[in-house]
Design a protein around this ligand. Structure first.
Ligand SMILES: *[C@@H]1O[C@H](CO)[C@@H](O)[C@H](O)[C@H]1NC(C)=O
Ligand SMILES: *[C@@H]1O[C@H](CO)[C@@H](O)[C@H](O)[C@H]1NC(C)=O
Ligand SMILES: *[C@@H]1O[C@H](CO)[C@@H](O)[C@H](O)[C@H]1NC(C)=O
Length: 272
C-alpha cells in the first residue's frame, strides 16, 4: 500500500522529465507541422480563390464605359476636365490603323493574323477629340464611349429571329432590330447594346451601331486587335436641368443582360 505513495526516485524523476521533454518536442513538431500545413492550405485556397475570381468574375462578358466614373459631373464653362483627358487618352490607340487590320463585314471576317478595323471617325461628328467629346459650353452633348470586355474566346450567340428577342429588351432597340430585318432580310449578327434614360431629361443615342458586330469577337491577342467602340451621345435639347441617369445593357443569347447592367449619371453645371 505504501509503495504506491512512495515518491519517485531521482532517476525516475529524470526519466519522467525527459519523457515530458520528448512529448513536448513531439507536440512542438506536430504544432509546427500543422501550422505549415494550415499555411500551405491557406495559400492554395487563396490562389484558387484568385483563379476562380479571375475566370468567373473579372472576365465576364459585358462592356466597359469610358469615362469609368459612375458620376460624370462637369462645368461646361471649362475648356478642359478629367473626362476629356481620359477620353483623349483612350482614343490614342485608335489614331493609327494597324497594318494587319482589314475592313470586316458579315461576309469578310478576319483570317489568321488579321483583325478588324475600327476607325476613329466612325464615332461621329460630336463624339471626337476635336470637339472635346461634347463636354464644353457650345456643345453640351457629352459623350460616353462603350467597348466590349476583352474576354478570350468569347463570341456572342446572336439572336436569329424576332421571336428570340427577349421580352425585357427595350422597345426602341427591338424596333430598330426588327426594322433592320426589312432592310437586309435578316437580323444582323450583333451583341446589342441598349442605352436608356432612367431619370432626368435627355436622350441617349449610339453611333455607329446599336451594338458590337460579331466579327469583332473573339478578342484576338495574336494581332493588333482593337475593340469596337460605340459613342453614346447625351442630348439635352434645351432641358432645364442638364442631368440624366443612363442605364446600359448588353444583349445576346449567351449573356444574362441583367448581369451586364451599368448605370452612369451625367450632369453639367453651368453658370450661364
Ligand atoms: C464585305 O467586304 C468586302 C471586301 O471589303 C466587299 O467586297 C463586300 O462587298 C462586302 N460585303 C458587304 C455585304 O458589304
Ligand atoms: C461659344 O460660342 C460663342 C459664340 O459662337 C463664342 O463666342 C465662345 O467663345 C464659345 N465658347 C467656347 C467655350 O468655345
Ligand atoms: C463654372 O465655371 C465658371 C468659370 O470658371 C464659374 O464662373 C462658375 O461659377 C462655375 N459654375 C459652377 C456651377 O460651378
Amino acid at each position: 500500500m505504501e509503495a504506491r505513495h512512495k515518491p519517485l526516485s531521482q532517476s525516475e524523476n529524470e526519466l519522467a522529465t525527459t519523457n515530458n521533454n520528448n512529448n513536448n518536442n513531439k507536440r512542438k513538431k506536430l504544432c509546427i507541422g500543422v501550422c505549415i500545413a494550415v499555411c500551405i492550405a491557406a495559400v492554395v485556397l487563396a490562389m484558387i480563390c484568385i483563379i476562380v475570381k479571375y475566370v468567373f468574375l473579372t472576365t465576364k462578358p459585358g462592356f466597359i464605359l469610358h469615362p469609368s466614373d459612375s458620376l460624370i459631373s462637369y462645368n461646361s464653362s471649362h475648356k478642359d476636365n478629367v473626362y476629356i483627358t481620359e477620353l483623349n487618352k483612350f482614343i490614342k490607340a485608335y489614331e493609327t490603323l494597324p497594318s494587319d487590320s482589314i475592313l470586316c463585314n458579315d461576309t469578310t471576317k478576319p483570317g489568321p493574323g488579321e483583325s478588324c478595323q475600327y476607325r476613329e471617325e466612325w464615332l461621329g461628328g460630336v463624339c471626337k477629340k476635336d470637339n472635346s467629346w461634347g463636354y464644353t459650353i457650345n456643345n453640351t452633348h457629352p459623350c460616353i464611349l462603350v467597348t466590349p470586355n476583352m474576354v478570350p474566346y468569347w463570341v456572342p450567340d446572336t439572336y436569329k429571329t424576332e421571336e428570340e428577342l427577349p421580352e425585357e429588351m427595350p422597345q426602341y432597340l427591338k424596333n430598330n432590330i426588327i426594322d433592320s430585318i426589312y432592310d437586309v432580310g435578316h437580323i444582323s449578327k450583333f451583341a446589342w447594346v441598349s442605352c436608356e434614360v432612367l431619370s432626368g431629361e435627355g436622350y441617349c443615342s449610339l453611333t455607329p451601331w446599336f451594338g458590337f458586330p460579331d466579327y469583332f469577337f473573339p478578342y484576338n491577342t495574336n494581332t493588333n486587335y482593337r475593340s469596337p467602340v460605340l459613342s453614346a451621345r447625351v442630348d439635352w435639347r434645351g432641358a432645364q436641368k442638364k442631368y440624366v441617369k443612363l442605364r446600359f445593357q448588353m444583349w445576346a443569347k449567351n449573356l444574362d443582360p441583367k448581369e451586364t447592367i451599368q448605370t452612369i449619371t451625367v450632369e453639367a453645371n453651368q453658370s450661364n
